[in-house]
Ligand binder design. Structure first.
Ligand SMILES: Cc1cc2nc3c(=O)[nH]c(=O)nc-3n(C[C@H](O)[C@H](O)[C@H](O)COP(=O)(O)O)c2cc1C
Length: 178
């Protein structure tokens, strides 16, 4: 007799039919994290977008990963550059966070930055900037999973900008700042 429960091998479940998109966003929005801006300078000029899907992947070798939407107009330009910089935002950079989340707008004329060793923009005032070269990319659902090998670190420290439930936030109390 067939089970009433879907299983991992059920085609309907693997197609995502059992999970409502709004419920998915609501549940996943409860994951609190920092926020980064991924930047690059490629043949088509400067590119950058706000990104929450960043994580440390491996220490030896030093690898990190992030997930740009397949619909992102910035990611193809980052891919063409072959290198990028992960800029970890400080608590006073909510406006910068919003600026780099607006597709098709001028993200750069009001943004302070300097060129890193890979040519990628290192944004002013960020807690850390992690320069990487792209070593792997795979298509996963409606996003790519991009893996970068870390080639240069710039660390300033300070208090982080947080992302929670679709909004930015700050840590209210004491937190380490080094
Ligand atoms: C806090 C926050 C986190 C985001 N995280 C991601 C992410 O992980 N991946 C992604 O593709 N877009 C993410 N976005 C949306 C992109 O920043 C936005 O779609 C982007 O600017 C796309 O523009 P583009 O067409 O210039 O690439 C995030 C936006 C915000 C405000």
């Amino acid at each position: 007799m067939a089970s009433a429960c879907a299983t991992a091998s059920d085609p309907a479940r693997s197609a995502g039919a059992a999970i409502d998109a709004a419920a998915f966003r609501h549940a996943l929005g409860h994951f609190c994290s920092g926020v980064v801006i991924v930047t690059a300078a490629g043949p088509e000029g400067l590119a950058g977008f706000t990104c929450q899907s960043f994580f440390s992947l491996s220490l030896s070798p030093p690898l990190i990963a992030f997930s740009p939407a397949i619909s992102s107009t910035s990611y193809p330009r980052i891919r063409s550059a072959g290198a990028f910089c992960i800029n970890i935002l400080a608590e006073d950079q909510a406006e910068l966070c919003a600026r780099f989340s607006r597709s098709g707008t001028d993200k750069w004329s009001e943004t302070g930055w300097r060129q890193g060793d890979t040519g990628s923009p290192v944004l002013d005032g960020v807690l850390s900037a992690i320069e990487c070269r792209i070593v792997d990319e795979r298509e996963t659902g409606d996003h790519y999973l991009v893996i970068g090998e870390v080639v240069r670190l710039h660390t300033q420290g300070g208090r982080p900008l947080l992302c929670f439930s679709g909004a930015t936030a700050r840590i209210a109390g004491d937190c380490p700042t080094s």
